[in-house]
Ligand binder design. Structure first.
Ligand code: NAP
Length: 250
């Protein structure tokens, strides 16, 4: 039976490229999104062009706010209804960011950041695990950030949420090892997506200069690391944090 992957936040940016790679590799792909439906539909239409007409319907877009447990539960039920099984590979990519002085961060800002970036990972893992544990196989890849490793000024809540994802990954990997489920994390550096579109040219240039490989990362850089961790080649790798940051954080 064809394997199923769920990419949360798969409609745009890094998640979209991850979805593209899995679609090209012949997986059933569930593309989750939250608010930009037109973008999600465009992504699904693109994915359905890979591999010829016989592949139509191997890709589906599902709206769910990952911070809401009921919506996440419904998303997994829809995946079951569409593809006839559970999720074999879970990519927890959906995330939000916000730049604010620490003193300006409201409790609502803090809660929203953690609800999406941390609780979203928690909800999706809880729904995905019964199927994976039953099969004694599965891969979970969480997208954190290098700022979760070293902290970013004016992004305390973002950095703290991404650090939480790193701790989550390490702990869950230990718990699920005996079930042959690998749980790993990717910590991207600066990647060119909508998330960074507010940064001016000067800031991007200075970030580029701070990067030993002397360029800003792109979505393909992250998707390639995801495909490796999702592959059989990575079967003995779990609980790891893989930096995809051009050497900025070592
Ligand atoms: P992006 O272009 O802003 O895309 C974010 C994606 O997440 C969109 O598909 C969005 O869906 C989805 N999303 C947001 N809130 C959601 C929610 N509550 N429920 C479900 N989906 C939600 O961001 P990106 O740059 O690709 O980032 C992807 C991941 O990489 C994030 O976790 C981010 O923190 C991490 N990351 C990014 C960078 C970077 O430099 N870009 C660096 C390090 C880590 P809608 O369009 O429907 O809202």
């Amino acid at each position: 039976m064809q394997k199923t992957v769920l990419v949360t936040g798969g409609s745009r940016g890094i998640g979209k490229e991850i979805a593209v790679r899995f679609a090209k590799a012949g997986y059933n792909v569930a593309v989750n999104y939250c608010s930009h439906e037109a973008e999600a539909v465009r992504t699904v239409n693109l994915l359905n062009t890979f591999g010829g007409a016989f592949r139509i319907d191997n890709v589906t877009a599902i709206r769910a706010d990952v911070s809401d447990p009921d919506q996440v539960q419904s998303m997994f039920e829809r995946i079951h209804g569409t593809f006839g099984g559970g999720v074999d590979i879970l990519i927890n990519n959906a995330g939000i960011a916000q730049q604010k002085l620490f003193s300006d961060i409201s409790e609502q800002d803090w809660d929203r950041m953690f609800d999406v970036n941390v609780k979203g990972v928690f909800h999706c893992c809880q729904c995905a695990l019964p199927h994976m544990i039953h099969r004694k196989a599965g891969k979970i890849i969480n997208i954190s950030s290098m700022w979760g490793q070293v902290g970013a000024s004016c992004e305390v809540h973002y950095s703290a949420s991404k650090a939480a994802v790193i701790g989550f990954t390490k702990a869950l990997a230990k718990e699920l090892g005996p079930s042959n489920i690998q749980v790993n994390c990717i910590a991207p550096g600066v990647i060119s997506t909508d998330m960074n579109s507010h940064l001016d040219e000067e800031t991007m240039e200075s970030l580029r200069q701070d990067t030993p490989l002397e360029r800003i990362g792109n979505v393909k850089d992250v998707a390639s690391a995801v495909m490796f961790l999702a592959s059989k080649e990575a079967d003995f790798i779990t609980g790891q944090i893989l930096g995809v940051n051009g050497g900025m954080i070592i």
